[in-house]
Design a protein around this ligand. Structure first.
Ligand code: SIN
Length: 530
């Protein structure tokens, strides 16, 4: 018999109190932390070094209607079209309206976006009707925004940081309010109960659940899985965006080759040297990401290859080095000189549109629990995110979540957590990732998804004497994979990034958000469409 998820054993527990806990030190977490300053002490917890987050690796940029020929309504329209009928209209309006001021604020705090003279430079990416993507250091936009926010946060004495501390579980008090988190402090090797009046999950994405991903190793769905275990609703988790162009070098990480390369005119070619996108979409290489990812997959299958090619050899001499220095240098390390050689690329999991269900201020259905950024789902991205809307989401909705949390009064009752030693899934990480990629990837169908659900549910689990970070990560990845498979199985249509070969069309019946609730018994999720 499979043991239940929690087996209670008593172990010593260190207890530390603060006012607000922010889990995650990427853009949304940092932005929220800054907003909380002067309302109490803020503790920012990061699983790895403070530099390790998906935000840090974001290349292309941050989109906002700031250029002379752009309009907020155009940005809104592009976001809605990409979202394929499933965007929360109010969330989109909030994003595009508050986006420009959020970027002005970053600039005021010192973010150095690329300029020509004094004028900001705007790039184009797929499915944008205008050049509206700001970038920094060419292709290091996320790094520059994180640097700016970290610098701001670092100057505020109310904010403290604790790195190498992994979220284990949320803790609730007798009134069912979230009262803090249990975390593994890797410095001391001990489990700590961090107690606070409010917790924000800004834990980023879940890409590592898939065999191929552009995400860093920290993206294991920790916040999502912890929130789900505690009873938070999860929305639209079947919508996982696959980025079309991750570098394909066997044995190497799937480094992202930014869509901005195609925005500057890069071509996609198949193994025969043909620019195949012309056959798939009138926008060719700048078609929506899901279209490009599926077209690449179809070409690879048709020609029996493991990748296609991204070609920038026609760019003006010196351009790729200057505009995309990080990408150029990284490819060079793998022996690919982009100025004269095509880069092998194939799709990889990149971004979760779904996540912990929140309102437009990061509030979840659990009292005193908030979520923001990729970990959250406001519905702003619908079924498919428009390129470069995620950093924008981080600053806009991170600030909103922080401002809402700031209003929390101290909790009425305290929590007395018993340290629990959960049961961990007995599956090799590579097997889990390969199952998720094979059965819940770019092209899905009922039989593969059912098989994934059954296999994940049947995975044996057992308690471990002294679990380490990798064990907690695997537990979260396993649950996250199940939620994706279950929601993808329930959505009998194709929409945005979710493609079902057995239901290849969009259905009005499914123009709804999927909401997953924890049924309280093992992995079972109750799913409804709203
Ligand atoms: C990219 O640079 O291609 C990624 C941008 C994004 O995911 O929004």
């Amino acid at each position: 018999m499979i043991p239940l998820y929690h087996e209670v054993i008593t172990l010593p527990l260190t207890r530390l109190s603060t006012d607000f806990i922010v889990v995650g030190a990427g853009v949304s977490g940092l932005r929220a932390a800054i907003e909380l300053v002067s309302h109490g002490r803020v503790l920012v917890i990061a699983k790895d070094s403070l530099r390790e987050s998906s935000s840090e690796y974001a290349q292309g940029g941050i989109a906002a209607a700031l250029s002379d020929d752009d309009e907020i309504e155009l940005h809104e329209q592009d976001t809605l079209v990409a979202g394929d009928g499933l965007c929360n209209l109010e969330a989109v309006r909030t994003l595009v309206e508050e986006g420009p001021a959020a970027i002005e604020q970053l600039i005021e705090w010192g973010a150095a976006f690329d300029r020509q003279g004094s004028k900001l430079l705007f790039a184009r990416e797929g499915a944008h009707s205008r050049n509206r993507v700001l970038h920094a250091g060419g292709d290091s936009t996320g790094h520059e925004i994180v640097r700016t926010l970290r610098h701001q946060a670092g100057q505020r004495p109310d904010i403290t940081f604790q790195s190498f501390t992994s979220l284990i579980d949320l803790v609730q008090n007798g009134s069912n309010e979230v009262a803090g988190v249990l975390a593994l402090d890797e410095h001391s090797g001990s489990t700590v109960f961090f107690e606070a009046r409010g917790v924000l999950l800004a834990t980023g994405g879940l890409g590592r659940v898939f065999e191929n991903t552009t995400n860093p190793d920290v993206a294991t769905g920790d916040g999502l899985a912890c929130a789900w275990r505690a009873g938070a609703e999860i929305a639209d988790i079947e919508f996982v965006q696959f980025h079309p162009t991750a570098l394909y070098v066997p044995g190497a990480p799937r480094f992202l080759l930014s869509e901005a390369l195609r925005g500057e005119g890069a071509y996609l070619r198949n193994a025969s040297g043909e620019r195949f996108m012309e056959r798939y979409h009138p926008l060719k290489e700048l078609a929506p990401r899901d279209v490009v990812a599926r077209a690449i997959t179809a070409e690879m299958q048709r020609l029996g290859t493991r990748h296609v090619f991204l070609d920038v050899t026609h760019f003006a001499p010196g351009f790729v080095q200057k505009r995309f220095p990080r990408i150029y240098e990284t490819c060079l390390r793998y022996g690919i000189d982009l100025s004269s050689m095509q880069a092998p690329v194939s799709p990889a999991a990149h971004y979760a549109m779904g996540g912990i269900r929140t309102d437009l201020f990061g509030r979840t259905n659990l009292a005193r629990l908030y979520a923001a950024g990729e970990a959250a789902c406001t519905g702003v991205h619908g079924a498919n995110r428009l390129a470069s809307n995620s950093l924008l989401e981080g600053v806009v909705f991170g600030a909103r979540a922080g401002s809402a949390m700031a209003e929390l009064s101290p909790a009425n009752s305290t929590a007395e957590p018993t340290q629990t030693n959960p049961a961990f899934p007995q599956i090799a990480e590579h097997e889990l990732r390969s199952l998720t990629w094979r059965n819940c990837g770019i092209v899905r169908n009922r039989s593969d998804l059912s098989e994934a659900c059954s296999m994940l549910k049947a995975t044996p689990r057992r308690a471990l004497p002294s679990p380490v970070r990798a064990d907690f990560e695997l537990r979260n990845m396993h649950q996250t994979a199940y939620l994706i498979a279950a929601a993808a199985l329930a959505r009998g249509e194709s929409r945005g990034a979710h493609y079902r070969s057995d239901f290849p069309k969009k259905s009005p019946h499914f123009q709804k958000h999927s909401i997953l609730n924890n049924s309280g018994s093992g992995l079972d999720a109750q799913i409804r469409f709203l």
